[in-house]
Design a protein around this ligand. Sequence first.
Ligand code: ADE
Length: 223
Amino acid sequence: MRIDILSLFPEIIKSSLEHSIIKKALTNDQIIIKYHNIRDFSNNKHKKVDDYQYGGGSGMVLMIQPIYDCIKKLEGERKYKNIIYLTPDGEKLDQASCNKFSLSKNIILICGHYKGIDQRIREHLVTDEISIGDYVLSGGELAAAVFCDSIIRLIPGVLGDESSALTDSFQDNRLSEPIYTRPKNYEGLKVPEILISGDTKAIEKWREEKSLERTKKHRPNLI
Ligand code: ADE
């Protein structure tokens, strides 16, 4: 998979993806992320990338030219199935869409800033508009990092134990069951007996029950 990210602040994204499992996937060349600073594509002699809104209104808008030129350059080099704009008014990212995007070969991510990007990019170049939640961030960078992390970990071979992505919360519209590790008893706080019983069938049943119980309690909308 190759992900091209257009941003004014690529360092924010880069630093979030430089750790643990994702870092390993990126150093293996299994996933390539390329960062493109939108400012580098500006034709303006002062490298200006934003301007006032037509019709008035507060907040600056990212201009069409640098984003358009950057996307056209990338499209001249390879085919992109998904050109994604990260925006709070996009479709909410969930595990099902992460699964879908993780199958994509080439993805472009556009991070907005200030008031957002010129609508013509959204209408004519963008294929998907994605939000990571109903709140407004100061830019799309953190959303891009969330997007990348959530799809990269689904790519076969990225997680050591491949089954662990399948047992994540949400994979089957259920929250995951409670999990424990050693010691069995810490300051009187005990691990449920069933988990140390060795009865694999009973453990499986307990896990299913707990998963359903948690989902009903915390996210009944998933059922
Ligand atoms: N940019 C600003 N806020 C955002 C959000 N909630 N999701 C995606 N991109 C954003």
